[in-house]
Design a protein around this ligand. Structure first.
Ligand code: HEC
Length: 126
């Protein structure tokens, strides 16, 4: 018999230890939240590049299907990490987003925006 496996503390550790380890895995960024914190000033809460009063903001209108057709996912992800005009028109998000996260942000957030519908709302609409 292997004494180690028969000892209770080890068995207990195995049972209790697994969920603890799983909980330690880095949490995946919620990219909608990231958008709401970092992009709305120029791209609007719904991605339409309009302010609450309807004024035109500086950024790209992600709800404009024609404009969006001309932009590839990879080009947009690149711009997000690089910024525009040396970070003057749009800051670089390289230090906050990996290449994979930038691409996810494009495909899962920017490509799915709807005019008038906030990308993320702290108080979910019922
Ligand atoms: C300080 C203002 C500002 C902020 C903040 C900002 N952007 Fe921009 N963004 C711009 C401007 C200006 C443009 C260019 C718009 C145009 O050409 O009509 C742009 C363009 C883009 C484009 C089109 C890129 C291309 O290749 O042409 C994408 C995608 C984009 N922004 C994503 C984001 C995301 C995602 C965030 C937040 C993580 C963000 N931006 C934050 C100002 C901003």
């Amino acid at each position: 018999m292997i004494p180690l496996l028969n000892s209770r503390p080890v068995a207990l550790l195995l049972v209790l230890g697994l969920p603890v380890l799983a909980g330690d895995a880095p949490a995946k960024k919620d990219l909608r939240v990231f958008f709401s914190h970092n992009c709305v000033v120029c791209h609007g809460v719904d991605g339409s590049a309009r302010g609450a009063d309807g004024s035109r903001l500086k950024g790209q209108d992600f709800t404009d299907a024609r404009d969006m057709k001309g932009l590839s996912d990879s080009k947009m992800a690149k711009t997000i990490r690089k910024g525009l005009f040396f970070g003057k028109r749009m800051p670089s998000f390289k230090s906050q987003l990996s290449e994979a996260e930038a691409l996810d942000l494009v495909q899962q957030v920017l490509r799915k925006v709807e005019k008038g519908k906030p990308v993320y709302s702290e108080t979910p609409l019922k």
